[in-house]
Design a protein around this ligand. Structure first.
Ligand SMILES: [Zn+2]
Length: 194
């Protein structure tokens, strides 16, 4: 497949068959992409941040690491990563994020709203959307207090991360809509399936 583009502050969803590779590309640099996946045969099974971080015994997943489901099955493996810094702690940005953190009175629907809309045709309901694997998101953690700071992504134009599907999947993917996460500019995300 050729490269597809997700326009700034939007999202998409698609099927990915077991064994296929999904490459998420940051074409311009410093842009986050939220990734969620569901078992195509049973959408109650979805990626689990808690289980994946527990089994990896670390916060920063990269090449060679596995992303597990809420049922402890491997859903994705990371086969290539040119950045090495992604977040798997924070939920997709949402209307509430923009109200609570940015005090925005007329908030954008965010990655959460974009995922909700893109995944609805696959039967995924809002409450089932898990913590996303936030490609390129750079969350810095203070060792003593655990204070979180969202810094500019370390990705430069053309950086990418490639996942292999370890089961048949429904994928939701965004070009993130939050100011801090993307160094205050909204850019597209590219992806390729092969
Ligand atoms: Zn977002």
């Amino acid at each position: 497949m050729s490269v597809a583009t997700i326009p700034p502050r939007s999202g998409t969803a698609f099927r990915l068959s077991k064994g296929q590779l999904l490459t998420v590309i940051d074409p311009q640099g410093e842009q986050v992409a939220d990734l969620v996946v569901f078992n195509a045969q049973d959408i109650r099974e979805a990626i689990s941040s808690g289980r994946s971080l527990d089994y990896a015994s670390k916060l920063y997943l990269t090449t060679g690491d596995l992303i597990y489901s809420n049922r402890s099955n491997v859903m994705l493996s990371i086969v290539e990563d040119t950045v090495g810094r992604h977040d798997f702690l924070l939920t997709p940005c949402s209307r509430e994020t923009f109200k609570i953190i940015y005090h925005d009175e007329n908030p954008h629907q965010g990655c959460f709203g974009n995922l909700e809309a893109a995944l609805a045709p696959y039967g995924v309901q809002s409450d089932a959307i898990p913590v996303a694997f936030n490609c390129f998101m750079n969350v810095v953690i203070a060792p003593e207090t655990g204070a979180l700071t969202v810094e500019a992504p370390l990705s430069r134009g053309g950086d990418h991360v490639t996942f292999r599907a370890e089961m048949d999947l429904i994928v939701g993917l965004t070009a993130c809509s939050a100011l801090q996460s993307n160094n205050y500019t909204f850019k597209p995300i590219d992806y390729r399936i092969e």
